[in-house]
Structure formats: structure tokens, C-alpha cells
Design a protein around this ligand. Structure first.
Ligand SMILES: Nc1ncnc2c1ncn2[C@@H]1O[C@H](COP(=O)(O)OP(=O)(O)OP(=O)(O)O)[C@@H](O)[C@H]1O
Length: 942
């Protein structure tokens, strides 16, 4: 490699091991390797710059010199070139006039003119300037977390209230709970949007249990699944299941169960055979059992809950979710024609009339009155209908589509202040106050003042304007604000017709926007066709029907559309959000510094989450930082090199033996790093299941600690006491930013969030500001301060940083496994970076990356080209990407037909169902088959 200069100084103690390889090969930067030795004997530095004749001469001379000859120590003069200075330094065991090696190289570089080229190894040299971004006047959306009402005000079983107090220590209702519980108890389909950590899980779990426990005779676990909860990740499934276990304590006949990927199918089958009344699971595993476990039947499923609904669609689970919905409908249909089931139903009806004494041991006498309460939800459970509840802190077009497919006359509950609304598809908008005052059936008392939620303020906000306007024309036949009345008529066709407002035809713009309407119509027509046994492409029919439809003032559609179009995001007001612009080369040491500051120096004991882009990064950084900061030899928990012997051999063959790549390394002049007491965890989607759940539970119960993770931990996880979320890699969207930050500041707790940005990425905050997210820029000059604690002998933070970086590099080059891991992490990050979605690519542009600097941020000293070569020869990188169960082959597609089939791409002036390109870049492999491209049929010549 011409443009790389290798400076190899000769050991004063030991001669360099004799190597049979020709010198020219040894000088190839891509081939060298590092091997730590206790006694220092040499140094390699790779720099991209043109070699002048003198340098070449010295270099060659140096190599040709007899190896046992001790070179003289020469005082560097101004005329000395870099090569001789470095050689002298190396000969002097890395110390020169009291300065360490890295500092001298830094100083030399500072004195020299800045060089152009992609490879510069010095930490503080040639870094781009950090831009100072002024803050724009952004008024963030806020949400009132607590409602000022108590659980005892709800008309729920007193045992539930007591259980909440005793086992969960909860007494006061949160806003979303206050708004949503009453509506869910009415059996209505609900779409809930509420900020992260606002108690959405309890908002659906509590009323659902209430509805189930009130069924008489008491439900039997053998009856089959009554409530199905679908969540996107295993950890969230475990968390939700555990909450249900706590909530059903007073009602022991209700049995919750868990189905999540990674567990033993056999055990799950056995549990399903025994019977479960509430089933929590991930879509893939539920579908697995739908196909392979006969005892899983949804004939009696009265409630379907899709938590993190937008993510469920985003992750490529869409087809799985659709298949689940279809399975529920199919099972219910089949049950209708089942004479046995009909007989059972008749018997059940009779039993309801006679129900009393049998269940007395579980029902205290004084509760008889309450236990007989018939919630409309209980009626839903006993009927053939199904309630659907969708929840998320963020909404997408896909959620609107899903609502169109799965919901009937839904209610939209949005809890953000200023917008706070309950938009009912069967009537006009209702404010929080309306709901509160009108839900006399679900609230026992009305003694509380009406200070919860804020009224709709009439300003120039487009959503509110629309909603307020439409509320002027109240629909005939619908009494304002009586949900009980509504619920009884909710599924009534005539009421729906009444609500159809006599307005003019739909505007063409809203036509194309309303995917909710589109999918709703599509579903209707498909079911009509299915009944008639017709199988035609319905697209034209749907279009026709929608276009000919008079404009409906359906408040639900308007509200959800506005919410999606505005795309304004809410974050807990208790989270202090900042961003830190850090030059690429300083990223790793700055990360170390923040970890030390937060997890070690913080007397209260900090608990911190660091989000990274890829699982390779998570694995590598966890081990590297744990090794360097704690001084422990980290036992590899999830060794990606745990490969077959054949692969190992291949790896060895591709990299050669250690002896070919020997390299000795000096320890920092400051005398090493102080070992710190730090608990480090890691979590990503490709970890073995048991380990994944174990880490989740351990970190959840830990008082302090550090978790490195991918976005697998970004959704729904409730990890108490996390007081700092650090996004080491920029998120792929503002939505992901919200969910990552949402791991702190939960339930009105105080938290902090830091977003790491490169100077070239700094303008990304403008994108967040557009979504009403306000961040403050942190002072980067103080960011390295904490490192002086780790290197007490370092006089300045810069020197401490250099010492830490040296140690990181030393560790990363400690063995060929380490180096392979580092290269893998680097390569995966580069790939990830080039896959940022189009919406954010203008701020996160891969073309602006300096890969040489980036390598430094991975503690690597090789050139990006050499790293790429290493990656290519690494069998671990050649293996197939983690193939989660979602991967759908044509065969599987036949077994698991989608519901209803959505079009992809532009169709009839609509853009529907686009999948994010990021699926290929993270561990979430959508597994969906590629979009079919139109191929012209070639007519065969006769
Ligand atoms: N009424 C309440 N009072 C106090 N704390 C509550 C209440 N309800 C729920 N919590 C707590 O609030 C925390 C967050 O709840 P939950 O996980 O349901 O939030 P979420 O809205 O689902 O968040 P995300 O959007 O991140 O999924 C949990 O620790 C839960 O125990």
C-alpha cells in the first residue's frame, strides 16, 4: 500500500521474532495484527500521507538494520521528520521527555500542516468544528400524567382496587386510565394515543379483567382464550404477562398465559391445552401455534389488544397481525355453526340465571352487589362480537389502516394537553370533561372537581378547528355525551346511518388520505364476496364505493388523520432532553466519560441505557467498555464466534496465525486506568432467549447499572429508575427518538436524555423541532471531565482521554477475536448508516462520514479498506443474518394467507403499506418477501 507509511521501531530488549515472510508483505497495513506483550518492544502507526524520499530511506534503513543493534537516542530537532521522532520515541519505551507516545504524535501533528486524506489516528487533531446550534422557539406538547382521581372512583370490583393498592401500590388514576377505562368497559373499539410511561398497559388490562371477572357463571380456563394481547417484543410480552398475573390475583379463575418466541414450544402447547383465559404473546409465536397447536382457539375471544400498534406494523409483523385477526374471525364463524357450541351456549344461559352459590368461596358476601354488575364489556365477552383496542405513543398511517381493518365504530382517545380529546366515530368530539361527567355508569361518584384534562382551546390549530367546527352540527339521534346509550347502539346499523352527515361529496384530497375508509370498505366488500363465493380484485370496487360516498363527518377519522398529518410528538415533560455534538474520533472516549460521570461518580447510583444501531455494536461495546473501565477480564456471554470447528478453521486460515501478526503495545504513560465498579448489561434481538429475559429482569431490578441495547428495548419496556437514556447512534426516525427517550421519566419521574450527534448530523435536531421536540445543546468542552477520575495522574482531560483511548485500542487489538469483533461492529455500523430512511438521510448522510475517523471511534487502527477486507474474510459475517421466525416463504404464505391483502406501492393514487428500509439494517428482519415487480409476459411464439 503506497500511501501508508509503517513506522516500525526496533525493540531495545528483544529482537523482533524472525519471520520468513518477505519484508514487503510485512509492511502491508492490512495484514498486521497486534499481540499484547507485557514488555514493550515496538510500535506500529499507520498514517495516510505521501512518503518523501528521506522518510522512505529511513524507513527501509530501519528495517534493514541488524536487529540487535541499539539505536542511539537522539533529541528531536525542528528538522526531524515524523518518522525519526516516532522511532526515537518507540526506542525509549514509549516515553520521551516525560511525555507519552500518543501525546508526542499529537504534538507533532499539531506542529505539522494538517494533512488531507482519510486516515488520521490522532485523537485531538483534525477534528471538525463543533457547530453551536441556536435553539428555536418550540413549544413542546405536554400531557398531564395524573388525573387527580382515585381507582376507587371507578365502578370496578373492590377487590381490584384493593389489589392495586396492596400489590402495586397504586391509588391515583393516570389521565389515560381515567379517559380510557370507562370507554373500554363499554365494549367499544378504542384507539389510544398517550405519551410513553403514562400507564397505558393498566388502562386496558384493568377494564378487561373487570369485564372477565363479571361473567357469570365464572369463566372456565377450558373455554379458550377470552382476551388476546399482542405485543412486538418478548420482553414486553413478559412484562405485560407479569402485570396480568398481579391483576388477576383476586380472581383466581382467570388464568393469564404467555407465548413468546424463544421459549419451548412443547411447554407452551401444554399450557394452551390446559387452557388460558388471557393470552399475551408476540405475533410470530402466536401464528406458529395457530398453525401447529390445535388447542389454540379464538372462538370465544372477545377482546383483541394490539399494544405498540405502530411498531407491530412497522416491524413487518403486519401479515402476522392480519393472520391473527383473520383467525379470530374464522374461529368465531366456525363456532357459530358448531351445534355443540350452540348447545353449550344454551346451557350457559341457563346457568347464568341460576348462578349464585357455586362461586361463593371466591366472592365475599358483601361483594355480591358489585359482582352482579353487568358491564357492557361483559356482554361483549358473552356475545360473538369482538372488541379491539390499539395503543401507542405514536401513530402512523399504518395504524390508521389497521383501524380500518380491525375496528368497528371506534373511539380515539388522545391525552395530550391542548388536544386532549375523545373522538367518537359515532358522534362528535367530546372533551375530557364530557367523558367524565357522562360516565356516571362507570364512575361511582362525581364529587371531584373537573380539573382533569384541558378543554379544547380554539386557536388556529387545524385539528382543533376541524373538530370544533364539526361539533357544531350535532348528529340527530345521538345524545351528546352518553356513552352507555352509545354503547348499546354502537353496533347498530341504523345509528350509523343516522350519523352520516348530509354534507357534500368528499374532497378528492381527503379521498386519497382516508386509508381508514379505504380499508374498511375493502374489508366489507371482501367479506361480502367471500359470503357469495366471489373472488375478484376488489380495488376498483372499493375506489368506486369511496368516491361515491357522501362526505362523512366521522370525527374519529378526522381526528386520527389530523394526528397523523401533524405528526407532532409528545414526550414526558419531566425528561431533560439535550444533544451533544461530538466529533467522530472523540465519540468513544466521550461515551466512556458520560458513563463514568453518570454511573460511577453519581452518588445516588445512576442507571443508564445506551442505544446503539446494531447488535454487533452492542456486543462489542459492552465487552470493550466493561473490560477497560472495570479492569475485569470479561467472560463472553454471547460469543458470536461460537461457531463450528470448520468455521473456526476457516477464520484462522483467513487471518493467519498469531505469530504472523505480532505487535507489542505500550500501556499509557499515566500508569493505567483505575478499575471502576460498574454493572454492565447488554440486550439485543439475537441473544439466546433465556439470556435475553434474564438480562431484562436483572436490569429491571438493578438499582444502578449500564445497559447497552438496540431498539429492541425501545418499546414499552418499563425499567424502573432509569435516569439517563443516551442515544449513541441517531434514531432512524423522530418516532424512534420518542420511544427511546420514553424509557426514562416514566410515570412522572424525573429523567434525562442525551442524543449524540456528529458535527455533520447536528441539524437533525431541526427535524425533531419540527415535531415539537425541544432539545438543548450540551457543552461538549466539559464532556470529557469525568475521565480524569479514571486516570488520576493525567493533568488534563485531554491527556486522560488519550490514555483511555490508548487502553481501548490496546484492548481492541488484544487478540484476533477482539479485532474481528471490532471489525464486525464497525462494518455493521457503516452498513446501518447507509440505510437511514430517506426522510432523515439529509441529516444523516453516509457520504459525509469520515471512515478513518469512524474506525478510531471503534478503537480501531486499521484503515477502513483493511477493515472491509477483514470483514469479507470473516466467516461470521458471511453467515446468514439472524433469521427470525417471521421470514415468509411462498409456502408459508399459502398456509397463512394475509388479511385482507394490502397493495404495496402506488395504487389508485394511494401510497399504501410501505415498509421501512431500516428493517434490513437492524436485527428486526421483516422477513417479508420483496415487492413483486411487474414483469411483462412474453408471448410465446406459436
Ligand atoms: N395509576 C398509576 N399510578 C402510578 N403509577 C402508575 C399508574 N399506572 C401505571 N403506573 C406505572 O407507570 C409506569 C408506566 O406504565 P406503562 O408501562 O403502562 O406505560 P405505557 O404508557 O404503556 O408506556 P410505553 O408507551 O412506553 O409503553 C409503570 O411503572 C406502571 O407501574
Amino acid at each position: 500500500m503506497d500511501d501508508l507509511q509503517m513506522n516500525i521501531s526496533v525493540s531495545t530488549k528483544k529482537p523482533i521474532k524472525k519471520n520468513n515472510k518477505p519484508q514487503s508483505l510485512q509492511n502491508n497495513a492490512s495484514d498486521y495484527k497486534f499481540k499484547p506483550k507485557s514488555d514493550f518492544s515496538g510500535k506500529i502507526i499507520a498514517r495516510k500521507r505521501t512518503q518523501n524520499a528521506v522518510q522512505k530511506k529511513i524507513f527501509v534503513k530501519n528495517l534493514e538494520e541488524p536487529q540487535n543493534k541499539i539505536p542511539k537516542l537522539t533529541q528531536p530537532t525542528k528538522e526531524d521528520n515524523l518518522a525519526s521522532a516516532l522511532r526515537d520515541l518507540s526506542e525509549n519505551k514509549g516515553k520521551f521527555h516525560g511525555k507519552n507516545y500518543q501525546e508526542i504524535t499529537d504534538e507533532i501533528q499539531i506542529k505539522q500542516k494538517p494533512r488531507s486524506g482519510p486516515w488520521i489516528s490522532s485523537l485531538f487533531k483534525n477534528n471538525p468544528d463543533v457547530p453551536k446550534l441556536g435553539q428555536k422557539a418550540v413549544k413542546p406538547l405536554v400531557e398531564k400524567v395524573f388525573a387527580g382521581k382515585s381507582f376507587s372512583d371507578l365502578n370496578i370490583h373492590p377487590h381490584s382496587v384493593a389489589n392495586l393498592k396492596q400489590n402495586l401500590n397504586l391509588t391515583e388514576l393516570m389521565t389515560v386510565q381515567q379517559k380510557a377505562i370507562s370507554i373500554i368497559l363499554e365494549g367499544r373499539d378504542v384507539l389510544i394515543r398517550s405519551q410513553t410511561g403514562s400507564g397505558k398497559t393498566l388502562a386496558y388490562a384493568l377494564p378487561v379483567i373487570e369485564g372477565l371477572q363479571a361473567i357469570r357463571p365464572k369463566i372456565n380456563r377450558h373455554d379458550g382464550v377470552r382476551v388476546l394481547v399482542v405485543v412486538p417484543t418478548r420482553e414486553l410480552a413478559v412484562q405485560t404477562y407479569e402485570l396480568f398475573v398481579k391483576l388477576v390475583k383476586p380472581f383466581i379463575w382467570l388464568v393469564p398465559g404467555l407465548l413468546s418466541g424463544g421459549q419451548k414450544r412443547k411447554a407452551e402447547k401444554a399450557r394452551l391445552r390446559k387452557g388460558l383465559s388471557i393470552l399475551v404473546g408476540t405475533p410470530g409465536r402466536i401464528n406458529d401455534h395457530l398453525r401447529h397447536t390445535h388447542s389454540l382457539n379464538f372462538a370465544k375471544t372477545g377482546c383483541l389488544i394490539l399494544d405498540e400498534a405502530d411498531r407491530l406494523l412497522d416491524m413487518g409483523y403486519e401479515k402476522d397481525v392480519a393472520a391473527i385477526v383473520k383467525a379470530i374471525e374464522d374461529h368465531k364463524k366456525a363456532a357459530t355453526y358448531d351445534p355443540l357450541a350452540l348447545m353449550k351456549q344454551t346451557i350457559n344461559k341457563k346457568l347464568i340465571d341460576n348462578d349464585d352459590i357455586k362461586d361463593q368461596e371466591l366472592e365475599p358476601v358483601e361483594d355480591q352487589g358489585e359482582s352482579n354488575t353487568e358491564h357492557p364489556l361483559t356482554k361483549v365477552f358473552l356475545s360473538k362480537e369482538r372488541q379491539t383496542i390499539l395503543l401507542s405513543a405514536t401513530l402512523t398511517k399504518a395504524v390508521e389502516n389497521l383501524a380500518g381493518i380491525t375496528m368497528q365504530d371506534p373511539v380515539f382517545v388522545d391525552t395530550s394537553d391542548g388536544k386532549s380529546l375523545v373522538a367518537d366515530s359515532l358522534k362528535n368530539i367530546k372533551t375530557t370533561e364530557d367523558v367524565q361527567s357522562n360516565n356516571q355508569s362507570t364512575f361511582k361518584t362525581k364529587k371531584q372537581n373537573d380539573d382533569t384534562g384541558s378543554p379544547i382551546s380554539i386557536n388556529n390549530h387545524s385539528v382543533k378547528e376541524g373538530l370544533v367546527d364539526s361539533s357544531k352540527g350535532k348528529s340527530p339521534g345521538v345524545k351528546d355525551g352518553n356513552h352507555s346509550e352509545l354503547s348499546s347502539s354502537s353496533k347498530n346499523e341504523s345509528t350509523i346511518k343516522n350519523i352520516k352527515v348530509t354534507n357534500t361529496r368528499r374532497k378528492s384530497e381527503s379521498d386519497s388520505d382516508s386509508d381508514y375508509e379505504y380499508f374498511k370498505e375493502q374489508k366489507k366488500i371482501e367479506s361480502e364476496n367471500a359470503d357469495e363465493g366471489i373472488n375478484v380484485d376488489n380495488a376498483m370496487k372499493v375506489e368506486e364505493k369511496i368516491n361515491n360516498k357522501p362526505e362523512s363527518e366521522n370525527i374519529f377519522v378526522q381526528a386520527i388523520k389530523s394526528a397523523i398529518v401533524e405528526d407532532e410528538l409528545i414526550l414526558p415533560a419531566t425528561v431533560n432532553q439535550t444533544f451533544l455534538v461530538v466529533p467522530m474520533k472523540l465519540r468513544l472516549v466521550t461515551l466512556c466519560s458520560l458513563i463514568v460521570e453518570h454511573c460511577v461518580l453519581n452518588k445516588k447510583g445512576g442507571k443508564m441505557i445506551v442505544f446503539m444501531a446494531t447488535l454487533e455494536m452492542v456486543d462489542y461495546h459492552t465487552e470493550l467498555i466493561e473490560t477497560v473501565l472495570t479492569g475485569k477480564e470479561v467472560k463472553k456471554k454471547n460469543d458470536p464466534n461460537k461457531t463450528s470447528n470448520a468455521k473456526k478453521k476457516k477464520l484462522e486460515k483467513s487471518e493467519g496465525s498469531d505469530s504472523e501478526f505480532e505487535m507489542d503495545y505500550e500501556s499509557p504513560a499515566e500508569g493505567g486506568l483505575l478499575p471502576l465498579d460498574l454493572d454492565v448489561f447488554s440486550l439485543h434481538g439475537s441473544m439466546p432467549h433465556e439470556q435475553r429475559i434474564e438480562v431484562f429482569k436483572q436490569f429491571r431490578s438493578a438499582k444502578r447499572g449500564l445497559l447497552f441495547c438496540t431498539d429492541v428495548a425501545a418499546r414499552g419496556l418499563d425499567l424502573p429508575k432509569v435516569d439517563l437514556v443516551l442515544q449513541y447512534c441517531a434514531p432512524t426516525s423522530a418516532t424512534d427518538y420518542v420511544h427511546r427517550v420514553g424509557r426514562t421519566g416514566r410515570a412522572a419521574q424525573v429523567g434525562a436524555a442525551v442524543l449524540f450527534l456528529l458535527p455533520s448530523e447536528a441539524e437533525f435536531v431541526r427535524h425533531l423541532e419540527q415535531k415539537r421536540i425541544r432539545l438543548r445543546q450540551s457543552d461538549e468542552s466539559r464532556a470529557l471531565d469525568a475521565l480524569q477520575t479514571v486516570v488520576p495522574s493525567a493533568p488534563t482531560r485531554q491527556r486522560a482521554a488519550i490514555a483511555v483511548q490508548s487502553k481501548l485500542e490496546y484492548t481492541a487489538h488484544g487478540s484476533k477475536e477482539w479485532l474481528a469483533r471490532a471489525s464486525r461492529a464497525f462494518t455493521s455500523w457503516v452498513r446501518f448508516y447507509s440505510c437511514y430512511p430517506r426522510e432523515v438521510r439529509m441529516w444523516l448522510d453516509a457520504r459525509l462520514l469520515h471512515l478513518g475517523h469512524a474506525a478510531k471511534a471503534f478503537a480501531l487502527r486499521e484503515t477502513p479498506a483493511a477493515l472491509a477486507r477483514r470483514a469479507r474474510s470473516d466467516p461470521n459475517l458471511q453467515k446468514e443474518r439472524p433469521n427470525n421466525r417471521l421470514t415468509m416463504h411462498d409456502e408459508e404464505e399459502k398456509k397463512r394467507p394475509g388479511f385482507p391483502k394490502m397493495k404495496v406501492g402506488v395504487f389508485a393514487h394511494k401510497i399504501v403499506n410501505k415498509q421501512s428500509s431500516m428493517h434490513t439494517a437492524s436485527e428486526f428482519d421483516s422477513g417479508l418477501p420483496p415487492v413483486d415487480t411487474y414483469t411483462r409476459k412474453v408471448k410465446k411464439n406459436k
